[in-house]
Design a protein around this ligand. Sequence first.
Ligand SMILES: Nc1ncnc2c1ncn2[C@@H]1O[C@H](COP(=O)(O)OP(=O)(O)OP(=O)(O)O)[C@@H](O)[C@H]1O
Length: 381
Amino acid sequence: MSVVDTTHVQMWPRNIAHHVAECIFRDVQDIVRRSRLNRNLTALIEHRELTHIRNLGQGAFSHVRLVYYQGRAFAMKHLRQDLLNRPSEFRQAASELAVEGHMLASLSHPNLIKLHGWAANGVASFAKGYHDSFFLLLDPLEETLEDRIETWKQIRQFGTAVQRQEMYTQQLRACEQIASVLCYLHENDIIYRDLKPSNLGFCRKEIKLYDLGLSRELPYPDTRQSFQMSGRVGTQRYMAPEVACHEAYNVSADVYSWAMVCYEILTLERPYDRFSREMHDTLVCKQGVRPDWPPMSPEYWYLQNIITSAWNQTPCLRPCLANICHHLSQEHDRAYLQLRAESKTIISLDEFSYRKAPIRSVSESTDISLMSTETGLYRVF
Ligand SMILES: Nc1ncnc2c1ncn2[C@@H]1O[C@H](COP(=O)(O)OP(=O)(O)OP(=O)(O)O)[C@@H](O)[C@H]1O
């Protein structure tokens, strides 16, 4: 372990650092001035207060490290060092990181990564000239959705019937929680634009959406109106056809991406796995081809239908996420009760406390019965 120290790494000369920092500051101010989000107070943290533990991962622009701050583990996200050699890319990535910080500091949802603080001088820290002068301090994730999908593949192949049923409730819950956090962003007039399994992770059993680098606040508070924004934003296999074709789009582009991610969660197969970019453009974007459903057991058909409607070629025919959440939450509760009935376990009401429907109303709409026990827990049968 070592204190996070930048004194021995590459840095820009002072005059260049000041110039770049001013440009970044102007870019960010411009966006923040137009923003309708209300930022909450964020802890201001000095580098010397952080202790480096290990690297957690690296993206196209960012490096994420596990650090200790005030006795707790956090993920520290900052720009990659090699961007110092490409100042215009550095400037772009720096503004995106700062805007990501601004959004996270204004938002709060159980399935959105939590921001705990950022560099003491905010965006002005870039004037120090180090790649990691500005950073965000986030909740550390235990695994990504990509890792979880690999575990599910093992269960599908080698698991018992109860393990597979348990996996189904986890899959349903993941689909519901992703819909819930996207719905929350849309309610705040934010379009996410980069939904994919590698931008979803798990922290204390809950799914968390992270990497808001490509998210944008919509110019008007009407999320159903389409806007001309940058095309080809995100990763092609999860990208809505209208985004890939540089047409005007709105939040329903996220609904399409949700459908692709959920297809992968349910089938454990990548959508359009063997498609080249050209095939994707012609078949998916122009001809409306969609992934094939492998044969699946009947309990999956419900979700399969919702996903199929969510990847409709016509954006306005895709269901809204609030509706999707409602249906999935009911289906999750039904599947969960069924599972507990089959495994003859008792459950606590707390297990349902995060959803609005009381457990009794779920059991009333199914053939599952609940019997309260002396300990306040419920036996399901
Ligand atoms: N909070 C976190 N906890 C643990 N690991 C994380 C966390 N945030 C990011 N990572 C890891 O770091 C990697 C890069 O992070 P992130 O996707 O945010 O960077 P990026 O440069 O913005 O990505 P992209 O390549 O998608 O543009 C992730 O793929 C993940 O493995």
